[in-house]
Ligand binder design. Structure first.
Ligand code: ATP
Ligand code: MG
Length: 598
């Protein structure tokens, strides 16, 4: 089914809001973005300083930086001045502990005020922030602490006892564990952060920091294999700031809510740094996902800009009345000005649902842990094409490269070639050199070098570009299915399935077949009230065949109400494939499991 382009509904505003894409593209340079940073008083660039101090120095210390909504819906307001003071205290604590510049400070925390204190205190003191997902079990936590040479860990007493105590003896380099929140009985080898902070000065002068100094260490989602630790530097803040304006419409004092967990790159780049550099007010949801709670927060906090993920949108869709209209309660979302999504392909169905139910279409955007910032987006200021991830942001050059036998970009004599004309699928590549580009995978030089060819960064994703310059996601190179000479992107098939009213979610793989190479098999989870029987299976087969044609439509459909997904919400097709074929399941450290008591 063809979806029509959704015309831009509102005009962006503010200094950064540029009225049309072409003009933006023609005039924008990263140098311009750099010039919008304050820079350190003595020269240099520090992400923590740009996020908070610049506003305090400009006389905006009383602006609201954080609005923490506790599980019981009580709200705490934190000003930029208070956040700066807390971050300074934390920086002094690190000094007092003797942590050296560039040493790694890990956080194992949910969204809560102390996370921001620790993150910004770490950055301003020139140590390296590495946020972990608090629902990881002990072994994934250990692996990452060891890989990242953790020197300091900030966590809670409960998380320490559940996840760290038993592995601590295997981490000789982990010198300090700081506990936040109420601490009943500090375990041996830990310290209570509040007590240390109480003695520390609220004024800390940021040490000289170079734009190329390491600032963040981020582990990838592990969707396709073992997670990698991507290194980011302070210069990345230039891209965080600019892209948040172009792709999220962020500006001073906007009430903004990013639902991503801080353990993933989105939760840091756009959950902490970028919005603070704009002087926005961040909603910090300390509770669990719950459809009604989420609508309640959008309503009661008057959220203007909402950045979330396809998996969350699909969960909201599931809870929406079947006719697709109206909200599941008397919520007033009239403050909502802009909604964006990232992390997985956003099915066109979800974009249209947004317009019907939220009153706004959902703007899809694309990026990776490695790119450090949004690279391709349905612009804040432009039209939306449902199903397309958008156009490269100003300053970003993207291309589709011809593929070789292995499905990745073909490199011949050190050179790559762009596909001959629009519409041809190939590997999505970005011209190397944007400010937030990762500077390495920690301790894995070879793996890093293999990501680049001929001046391009090779993303590992397949896509195509249409004649108007919009990019369309086809699939991860590892997930694409070759069937009877056709290349089939799982996303296309999954989106077609989702157009059927019974389908809540789908994961599509290729099952090897001696005749055609691979047959398309879909795993489908159903909306409440739908029966997983043969009649529905036949109906779905016929439905997709009509939409996609017999070459692309699934030949087999299995019902599965618990599709395996990463903890960042992505369907793990490699696991569906491994299970289907009886193969080893591989690295499962990022597999979401609801049984670990978190
Ligand atoms: P790993 O690299 O460990 O396999 P991962 O690639 O899932 O994990 P992330 O860096 O969190 O780790 O995710 C980036 C990937 O997510 C992209 O390469 C792409 O495959 C997918 N992705 C992100 N945004 C979008 C989008 N808007 N549309 C389609 N895919 C997206
Ligand atoms: Mg990846």
């Amino acid at each position: 089914m063809a979806y029509t382009i959704i015309a831009a509904q509102r005009h962006p505003h503010g200094a950064w809001r540029l009225p049309d894409y072409d003009r933006t593209c023609a005039t924008f340079t990263w140098d311009e973005a750099r010039s919008r940073m304050s820079g350190l008083p003595g020269g240099g660039l520090n992400m923590g300083f740009e996020a908070v101090d610049r506003h305090v120095e400009a006389g905006h210390g009383d602006w609201e930086a954080l609005r923490c909504v506790a599980a019981d819906d009580s709200v705490t307001h934190v000003s930029y001045a208070d956040l700066a003071a807390d971050a300074s205290r934390f920086a002094h604590v690190l000094d007092d502990l003797g942590a050296a510049p560039q040493e790694r400070v890990f956080t194992l925390l949910g969204r809560r005020r102390e996370l921001y204190t620790a993150a910004l205190g770490t950055l301003r003191s020139r140590r390296v922030l590495c946020p972990l997902f608090s629902a990881f079990g002990p072994e994934p936590v250990r692996q990452r602490l060891a890989l990242g040479d953790a020197r300091v860990l900030v966590t809670t007493e409960a998380l320490y006892r559940r996840k760290v105590e038993e592995i601590r003896h295997r981490l000789p380099g982990l010198a300090h564990v700081l506990l936040v929140g109420p601490v009943a009985d500090p375990p041996p080898g830990t310290a209570v952060l509040d007590r240390l902070m109480a003695r520390a000065s609220p004024v800390f002068s940021v040490p000289p920091t170079g734009p190329e100094d390491m600032a963040l260490l981020h582990f990838t989602s592990g969707t396709t294999g073992t997670p990698k630790a991507a290194v980011h530097v302070h210069e990345a803040v230039v891209a965080h700031h600019a892209t948040a304006a172009f792709a999220l419409d962020l500006g001073p004092r906007d009430v903004y809510w990013c639902t991503a967990d801080p353990g993933w790159v989105t939760g840091t780049s756009y959950g902490i740094i970028a919005p603070l550099t704009h002087g926005a007010t961040l909603v910090v949801d300390e509770g669990e996902f719950d459809v009604h709670r989420w609508y309640r927060i959008l309503d009661s906090q008057k959220v203007a800009i909402w950045y979330t993920a396809p998996t969350a949108i699909r969960m909201l869709m599931r809870a929406t009345p079947r006719d697709g209209h109206g909200l599941p309660g008397p919520y007033d979302l009239s403050s909502l000005r802009f909604v964006a999504s990232v992390g997985e392909p956003l099915n066109p169905e979800a974009v249209v649902w947004g317009q019907q139910v939220l009153g706004l279409p959902v703007h899809d955007n694309w990026w990776q842990t490695e790119t450090g910032a949004i690279m391709i987006a349905n612009y804040a200021s432009g039209d939306i094409r449902p199903g397309s991830m958008g156009r490269p942001l100003p300053g970003v050059r993207a291309a589709i490269l011809e593929r070789g036998q292995d499905g990745r970009a073909a490199v011949t004599g050190g050179h790559v070639r762009q596909v001959p004309h629009p519409g041809v699928e190939g590997e999505l590549a970005l011209r190397a050199g944007w400010p937030s580009m990762f500077r390495g995978y920690l301790n894995e030089q070879g793996r890093y070098d293999a990501c680049f060819a001929d001046g391009w960064y090779l993303t590992g994703d397949l896509a195509r570009r249409d004649e108007d310059g919009w990019f369309w996601f086809v699939g991860r190179a590892d997930d694409v299915i070759k069937s009877a000479g056709h290349l089939i992107g799982p996303f296309e098939v999954e989106s077609a399935l989702m157009e059927h009213p019974a389908v809540a979610e789908a994961g599509v793989i290729g099952r090897p077949d001696p005749v055609v190479g691979a047959v398309v098999k879909a795993f489908v989870s159903l909306r409440p009230g739908c029966r997983p029987d043969d009649a529905l299976r036949r109906e779905l087969l016929a439905f997709t065949r009509r939409r996609l044609g017999p070459a692309v439509a699934p030949r087999e459909i299995a019902f599965d109400q618990n599709l395996p997904r990463t903890r960042s919400g992505k369907v793990m097709r490699r696991l569906l494939r491994a299970r289907e074929l009886g193969l080893p399941e591989g690295d499962l450290s990022t597999l979401e499991s609801r049984s670990d008591g978190t």
